[in-house]
Structure formats: C-alpha cells, structure tokens
Design a protein around this ligand. Structure first.
Ligand SMILES: Cc1cc2nc3c(=O)[nH]c(=O)nc-3n(C[C@H](O)[C@H](O)[C@H](O)COP(=O)(O)O)c2cc1C
Length: 374
C-alpha cells in the first residue's frame, strides 16, 4: 500500500466556544443493537494496524466508549486459525462490548467464521463492505460487495441466520458518486435481519479524499425503518460528533482517526453529555500514564521488542496531540527497549509543553494515489 500523510483538521481550529450541547438531551445515553445493550452511542471505528486490544483497553479505561470493533479480519484466515487473525481478535474482560469485523465473499468462509466468533463469546459480528483497497476488493469482499447486491444479500442473509448475536454491516455511500447504493442496500439488509448499519460518508472512489458527506449519511438514516444507523467520517471533536447526530439523525457515531488524535474524545463527549461544558484537558500526569499504560498493555500481548517497534507509529499521533517536544517525539518514534521508553517518558515529564513549533495538525497515514494500486 502506498501511503501519504494528509493533514487532518487542526484541533486548535475549533471555535473558541464550541457548542457542546448534547444533540438529544432526553434520550437514553445507551443504545441497543439487536439484543446487545451498549452503554454509550459513541463507538470506535476499526483502523487496521491501530485499533488493537491495548488501544481499545486504554481508551475504555477512561470511559465514554460504547462499542469497539476489531481491525478487519479475513474470514478464511480466521477459519483456518492463522496466527495473525487470532491475534487480531485477541480480547479480554475489560474489552467489552466488542464486535469482530470480517471480510470475504464466500458463504463457506464467512458463515463458519461468524459461528466461530459467536462460540467464542464476541458481542457482535460486523461485515466489511466498505474497504476500497484492491487486495480486499479483489477477494470479492469489502466495497466490491456493494456492487453485487444479490450476492451481498444472500451472503449476509446466510450469516444472519447462522448466529444469534447481532450481525452489522459497515459500508460506504456507494462505489462512486453515480452509484450511491447505500440507502437501498441498508433497507434490504434491515429486511433480512441485519441489526445495524455503520455508514462512512464517502464513496469507494473517493478513498479518503474530500469530506464525509453528512447528507449521504442522512439518506441512509431515512432509508431504514427501525435499525440503528451509525454515522462515520471525519469526527475529531465533541462538537463534530454532536453535529453529525443532529444533522443526520443517526443513532450513534463511530470515530476512527479522531480517537487516535484525541484518545480522550469519548471522555469529553461523556462530560458534555453530563452537562460539563468547561474546556477540559487531561492533566500532564494523566497524559503520561496514558502513554505508559498503552505501551505496557502492548507488551503484555506482544513482548518488548515488537511493542517498541509497533508503538512508534503511535508516537507520531500522540506527539502532536500531547505537545511532545519535536526531538522527543522523534525518539518516541525510534526506540528499542522499555528502558529507553521510560527515559523518554521521564524527560517528557520535565519538558512537557515546551514544543516550539505550533501543533496545528497530526499527520495520519491513509492510502493515497490510484485506488487500484493500494
Ligand atoms: C489506517 C486506516 C485503517 C482502516 N481500517 C479499517 C478497517 O479495518 N475496517 C473498516 O471497516 N474500516 C477501516 N478504515 C476506515 C475507518 O474505519 C473509517 O471508516 C474512516 O477512517 C472514516 O472515519 P474517521 O474519519 O473517523 O477515521 C480504516 C481507515 C484508516 C485511515
């Protein structure tokens, strides 16, 4: 996959006094997806390579996060118990409710994968119908399923009837702007028993360019009769999360990159929902504890060497958000041991907030260029 760095909306660009009024103050703060009760309406969208167990857990520990979903897992690999797939679905008692996202296009792979996940006690199964990457679409899965309605309905119908836990679908608005199929598909999915739809407000052709289209999300909300619709795309702040719900009428919001840029976002939403609208920032001690906790949870799962390497990409995300001085951020992106990590952290405690360049953006790697080459 070729990747480039795009600029995300700067956290600092938010108006001085953002409107943090909850969208529907009288509503139940939680939500049901089929029989599954979820404590909040603000979910974690899957980001392959980032939304692993340690990240989910450390965010959950601060509160406010409802449903989390694993990175996408290829159904056939799950069925054959490939090591990487088993790692991707690793979870624990704190990491609940958790949905596992699977992809593929063949009944004999997707149905047994779903049954296996149900037997293992996961809360829900999410079917990926949104991934635009050629290697996923090439399996007939991901966004490709949006072009093959009959097969998609048959496939998802078989999965729904083979398990009791909720089966949800995550999709884009359509293949391209001339083929906006999500509203019709959402309604058809509802008829065959899909329990909720997550809709990313971009087409497959858009990749990650442009802005998420809230009108497109609203059309999906209006197309279904009863099932919850989860809006997704470009939410980075409490205000944007509330705006998405207010504008589209969606029942819940899934946040991906915004959660990496600001892991306290769910907690901020929770505060605003409780009427606390003062500007709140995590104290320095809490920021440091967060970094340490995330890193050590990774070590629990993967050991020291691998965790050092894998934590580096988080150094970049957190560096900008936490105001880590530039040279220190670079060291968080290139360290080899727990000892080095602790040394960096001790230095950060002293030098926190002394970053000299502004912190307007955090660079987030997303696939770029012709989608067929991803
Ligand atoms: C690095 C990266 C990895 C992603 N991995 C997945 C994935 O595994 N499954 C999926 O359905 N969507 C995936 N997405 C899409 C996101 O879940 C989400 O739909 C998209 O980023 C828009 O939401 P956001 O602006 O809140 O990030 C990924 C996006 C990025 C940037």
């Amino acid at each position: 996959m070729s990747a480039t760095e795009i600029e995300c909306e700067p956290q600092t660009a938010i108006a001085a006094a953002p409107d943090l009024t909850p969208p529907f103050p009288e509503e139940n703060p939680g939500i049901a997806i089929g029989p599954l009760q979820i404590p909040t309406r603000y979910f974690l969208a899957p980001l392959a390579g980032y939304t692993h167990l340690a990240f989910r857990q450390v965010v959950r520990e601060r509160g406010g996060l409802g449903l989390a979903t694993t990175d996408l897992v290829q159904a056939v690999h799950l069925v054959h118990k490939h090591r990487k797939s088993i790692e991707l679905i690793a979870t624990n008692d704190v990491d609940k409710p958790l949905s596992v996202q699977i992809y593929g296009a063949k009944h004999h792979e997707m149905v047994p994968a779903a049954q296996m996940l149900e037997a293992k006690g996961y809360s829900a199964i999410d079917i990926n119908m949104g991934c635009p990457m050629a290697k996923i679409v090439g399996t007939g899965g991901g966004a490709r399923l949006m072009c093959d309605t009959d097969n998609a309905l048959q496939l998802i119908g078989s999965i729904v009837s083979s398990v009791k836990i909720p089966v949800t679908v995550k999709m884009r608005l359509g293949w391209d702007r001339d083929n906006i199929t999500a509203p019709v598909l959402a309604r058809e999915f509802e008829k065959i028993g899909v329990a909720a739809i997550t809709i990313h407000g971009r087409t497959r052709a858009q990749g990650f360019s442009g802005k998420a289209d809230l009108t497109g999300i609203k059309a999906v909300v209006e197309a279904v009769e009863n099932i919850p619709v989860v809006g997704n795309g470009d939410v980075r702040t409490v205000e944007q999360a509330f705006h998405m719900r207010r504008f589209t009428g969606c029942d819940a919001v899934a946040i991906g990159r915004g959660a990496m840029l600001d892991p306290w976002l769910y907690y901020r939403i929770d505060r605003a929902n409780r009427g606390l609208t003062d500007p709140w920032e995590p104290p320095v001690d809490e920021q440091l504890s967060f970094l340490r906790r995330h890193f050590y949870l990774m070590i629990d799962q993967h050991g020291e060497e691998r965790s050092c390497v894998e934590f580096r990409k988080f150094g970049m995300w957190y560096g900008a958000r936490l105001g880590i001085p530039e040279d220190l951020e670079k060291r968080f992106q290139n360290f080899w041991s727990i000892e080095e990590f602790e040394k960096n952290l001790a230095e950060l405690r002293v030098r926190h907030g002394t970053r000299t360049s502004p912190i307007p953006t955090a660079d987030i790697k997303v696939p770029n260029g012709p989608i067929s080459h991803w």
